[in-house]
Design a protein around this ligand. Structure first.
Ligand code: NDP
Length: 286
């Protein structure tokens, strides 16, 4: 079996075009969605992510505001920026690029963003709403993965989904969103014994481990759908996933590449969440 390629880049572009159309209509009605991104310090990977977010926001016809702060910024200074953005009517989404320098308290920063503008979906209130199935901002990476599955007609209900990874930003919300769509969900993590025994039961396998090419064909059931969240550098410095693409594409029925799979969807869903927030703030229902 040779796997179908799940084209996140193409699907992301389609959704971005839909968003741009929506934004045009909103702007005509005097409502321009605005996203503010705070970047603390000069981590090169974070700077690249932020630049890509800014580019995508502007390309969608939205307003982008980047606030760059030096790495010595204090917790109180950072919180004060967040509070100002909470009060700013031109801003509908606030994103603080993580990770923050070690001396800063991420949890407190996330809790300070008003849940109404928490387009990353990390605020405990929004996480709680997501878990009990109330409308809220969904965490962008798992939300993007659900879109990928739905837009490629992958059946979720009744399937066994195995998620490797239990971080607050990817693994945990991923399992919850799959559960809400009636999958039977198993979480695996670094303390899971016999990982391959678990993953070989997956109809849908989501890998969010952060270890280059760790999951090869020996972990995958014939015909499974494999979603690779990983963004790592291989021994030659080339971007690669957590999945050994060349071996897994031979056994899976569908697979996301890296790059061009999950990555482009994350930014796309951030734009979607921001537009949703703007609609709410402007009182323009869909
Ligand atoms: P974390 O490091 O926060 O979490 C990794 C998870 O993998 C943990 O739950 C950990 O278990 C588990 N794990 C680590 N080693 C093993 C192992 N040997 N066997 C089984 N489980 C293991 O990472 P993130 O969730 O933030 O990110 C995961 C990957 O996804 C990274 O490569 C990251 O760069 C990428 N990423 C990509 C995004 C995109 O847009 N494409 C967005 C966000 C992340 P334990 O909890 O026990 O420690």
């Amino acid at each position: 079996m040779v796997a179908q390629l799940i084209d996140g880049k193409g699907i992301g572009q389609t959704i971005k075009a839909e968003i741009a159309e929506e934004v045009k209509e909103l702007v005509k009605q005097g409502c321009k969605p605005g996203l503010a991104v705070i970047l603390v310090g000069d981590d090169p990977a974070s700077a690249t992510y932020v630049k890509n977010k800014e580019k995508a926001t502007i390309a969608a016809g939205m307003m982008s505001r980047l606030i760059r702060l030096p790495k010595e910024t204090t917790q109180e200074e950072l919180l004060s920026h967040v509070r100002q953005l909470n009060e700013d009517d031109d801003i509908h989404g606030i994103l603080v690029q993580l990770p923050l320098p070690k001396h800063l308290n991420e949890d407190e920063v996330i809790r300070t963003i008003t849940p109404d503008k928490d387009v990353d979906g990390f605020h405990p209130v929004n996480v709680g709403k997501m878990v009990i199935g109330q409308p809220t901002y969904l965490s962008c990476t798992p939300y993007g993965i659900i879109e990928l599955l739905e837009r490629t007609n992958v059946e979720i209900a009744g399937r066994h989904a195995v998620v490797i990874g239990r971080s607050n930003i990817v693994g945990k919300p991923m399992g919850q969103l799959l559960l809400q769509r009636d999958a039977t969900v198993t979480y695996c993590h670094s303390r899971t014994p016999n990982l391959a025994e678990m993953t070989k039961q997956a109809d849908i396998l989501v890998v969010a481990v952060g270890r280059a090419k760790m999951i090869d064909a020996s972990y995958v059931k014939e015909g499974a759908v494999v979603i690779d969240v990983g963004m790592n550098r291989d021994e030659n410095g080339k971007l690669c996933g957590d999945v050994d693409f060349d071996s897994v594409k031979e056994v899976s029925s569908a697979i996301t590449p890296v790059p061009g799979g999950v990555g482009p969807m994350t930014i796309t869903m951030l734009l979607k969440n921001t537009v949703h927030s703007a609609r709410r703030a402007c009182g323009i229902e869909q």
